[in-house]
Ligand binder design. Sequence first.
Ligand code: ACO
Length: 323
Amino acid sequence: TIRSIIKGCGSYLPERIMTNADMARFVETSDDWISERTGIRQRHIAADDEKTSDLAIKAAERALDMAGIAASDLDMIVLATATPDQTFPATATSVQHALGMHKGFAFDLQAVCSGFVYALNTADNFIKAGQVKRALVIGAETFTRILDYEDRTTCVLFGDGAGAVVLEAGEGAGQPQDRGILASRLHSDGRYGDMLYVDGGPSSTGTTGHVRMKGREVFRHAVVNLAAVMEEILADVGLTSQDVDWVVPHQANRRILEGTAKKLALSPDKVIMTVDRHANTSAASIPLALDEAVRDGRIKSGDLLMLEAMGGGFTWGGCLVRW
Ligand code: ACO
């Protein structure tokens, strides 16, 4: 059977850092409030002339480098973002051009904070169907561009960044101990659209709009939905949460991560945590966390990784990966 193997990962964070104390100078908030409620201590902010595609290109180059694969050998790019450079063309085609890939195809995918998991599952299916041999999957955001800095309940939560992985088709016996993406599940439920959304867009207001969120409701749904989807994926392949070496979650909030780990009876030190330094970077947060833990040696060959995310829509899902 064909399985998608992750050959490399990479990430990029803009240079400029804004701490909670920096924010407290222009928003009525405090380091204590933000770090106690969310675990966030700082976030990275893209420079004025730095676009989502610029962050994506840097992350992609690092992932291709680790994989030892040239951009010209890619068949597909899928880029998850809720903050594209322009309404169209897709940011993915700008990245394709900048990388010097002139065959195959590239498109954007929109599932907000769940975008990376959606994109990884999408690319995996193109590979399993035999249509594609090598795919670049990117999550990249300049979320700070859509924040309302008059709204302290949302503007303290987000940051900018990008991460990427390179997938390659591999042949194997399809066993759980073999490398690659073992299983994925995606969900959405549009009834909850008004809990987390942007109040603008080309066909509604003609403006870009700003992030709006009912934080408490989002929190409550996140813990329940994330634990459920992880159980579902593990059951698909006949494994249990005790087989998981690392959870690589979307980084929204330390309390969501701890709450979800607890529901699965997983020790919090099996959860890769970057939210303290990156804040919530939406579709970029999983590949950013993955890349950090791979490069610092925590994630080793043969480890079982559970990637999971939940975001606006609501959308949620996960992917189980043998590294
Ligand atoms: N600084 C200081 N005080 C604040 C701030 C702030 N930045 N924001 C809100 N407050 C105040 C509120 O005004 C309120 O004051 P009041 O009691 O006088 O009315 C008080 O703090 C408590 O507000 P709540 O919203 O009830 O605080 P809560 O404990 O729910 O924490 C939070 C808010 C952190 C947003 C929490 O609900 C949460 O983490 N929700 C999850 C949402 C999330 O992480 N979303 C990310 C996007 S979705 C995703 O990626 C999964």
